[in-house]
Design a protein around this ligand. Structure first.
Ligand SMILES: *Cc1c(COP(=O)(O)O)cnc(C)c1O
Length: 372
């Protein structure tokens, strides 16, 4: 048996708090674990499988949830981004994508793989690291002189600070220049209410294993009807296969865990206000310990970035150096702050019970006291 040591720890790793499986998804994982299990009744297109009910999920449930016209499942948020970038970059040798300065590395790598050049909208720097919508206009103006801009992207929220920029305004600005906007909601879709049409974006991307209680790897992609023709274009040789999806994406247990968790995910999004309240409470308690929360303030997301000068000072003289914090937290069965980080780190309070968060706060307090 391959054991997972951290399984019963309190988990505050932003990557993992929204990807924990529901009971239903765990059952689905066992039921559909065999390779290609969902293909029993496939007639050649994943999204048209009626039994299990993948067709209804992709063509009704998902577009409704994402607030888009057309949706697909992919193998991850990064695959979704690459699919869009690659489609829009075709036959455009000197094209650009505009990324916010807080974009995830996978947005850069996807652009690179799609042969797109990147222009960056800078953030405001320490301590807020905000992305200001107006800056998109400036960067678009500058970039236009160098080449064609095929896409803008906004990370909503970003994966470092958990900042939520004014996405509506960004969409409006991009559209003034006739540039489509992709909303990267890897940390939004499945956690908080977000709809592509409300934002006015042209594409929306989500991550099943990050924020939709799915085992994954699995992603979702929503788009406006206008873009389906190019992004979901069919193979010339295999008339029913969508080229960018390489014919078929999530082909097994991954999609079944996504579908199994979906009713729970749809419900939990409605309780987002409570999660924000809890995150703010946690941040205020951390600040009482001298650990400052950076980024949007008051904060609007469970993913938070902290600046702990006191822990950094301790690390300079602690026996294990900068690994002391990881070791101390591990001894208290708390998982989620990267080994070796003390001065700056991020964590997530998403769906972590308040009593567990109190335990985490007490742990920080005890660690600080122990070393002072
Ligand atoms: C985690 C993350 C991704 C990658 O998600 P995958 O589904 O694993 O590809 C992309 N963007 C952001 C902002 C993320 O936080």
């Amino acid at each position: 048996m391959l054991k997972r040591e951290t399984k019963d720890y309190i988990n505050i790793d932003p990557l993992q708090t929204g990807g924990k499986l529901t009971k239903e998804a765990k059952e689905a994982l066992l039921e559909w674990g065999d390779g290609y299990s969902i293909c029993d009744f496939c007639q050649g297109r994943l999204d048209e499988i009626k039994k299990p009910p993948i067709h209804d999920f992709i063509h009704q449930t998902l577009p409704e949830f994402l607030g888009c016209d057309v949706a697909r499942v992919t193998n991850g948020a990064r695959e979704s981004k690459f699919i869009v970038m690659h489609s829009l970059s075709l036959k455009k040798p000197n094209a650009y994508v505009i990324l916010d300065g807080n974009a995830h590395y996978s947005s850069y790598v996807a652009a690179e793989r799609a042969n797109l050049k990147v222009a960056e909208v800078p953030n405001t720097g320490y301590p807020d690291f905000k992305i200001e919508a107006e800056k998109y206009a400036e960067v678009i103006e500058e970039t236009k002189k160098k080449g064609e801009i095929v896409l803008s992207l906004l990370t909503y929220p970003d994966g470092n600070y958990g900042n939520l920029a004014d996405a509506k305004k960004v969409a409006k600005i991009c559209h003034e220049y006739d540039i489509p906007l992709l909303l990267n909601g890897a940390y939004a879709v499945g956690r908080m209410p977000v709809k592509m049409e409300k934002v006015g974006a042209d594409f929306i991307v989500g991550s099943g294993h990050k924020s939709m209680a799915a085992s994954g790897p699995i992603g979702v992609l929503g788009m406006k009807e206008d873009y389906a023709e190019i992004v979901l274009r069919k193979s010339e040789k295999y008339k029913n296969k969508e080229v960018e999806l390489l014919g078929c994406t999530a082909r097994g247990a991954t999609i079944m865990t996504l579908i199994a968790s979906f009713p729970h995910v749809r419900d939990r999004v409605e309780k987002w206000d409570e999660e924000v309240k809890k995150a703010r409470w946690f941040a205020s308690k951390m600040e009482e310990l001298g650990i400052m929360q950076l980024g949007d303030k008051p904060h609007n997301h469970d993913l938070m970035f902290f600046h702990a000068e006191n822990l950094y000072e301790i690390s300079k003289r602690a026996k294990k150096g900068r690994f002391f914090l990881y070791r101390e937290l591990k001894a208290k069965k708390i998982h989620g702050i990267k080994a070796g980080l003390t001065r700056y780190f991020k964590l997530s309070t998403y769906l972590v019970p308040k009593e567990d968060l109190r335990y985490v706060l007490d742990a920080f307090s005890e660690i600080i006291k122990k070393y002072s």
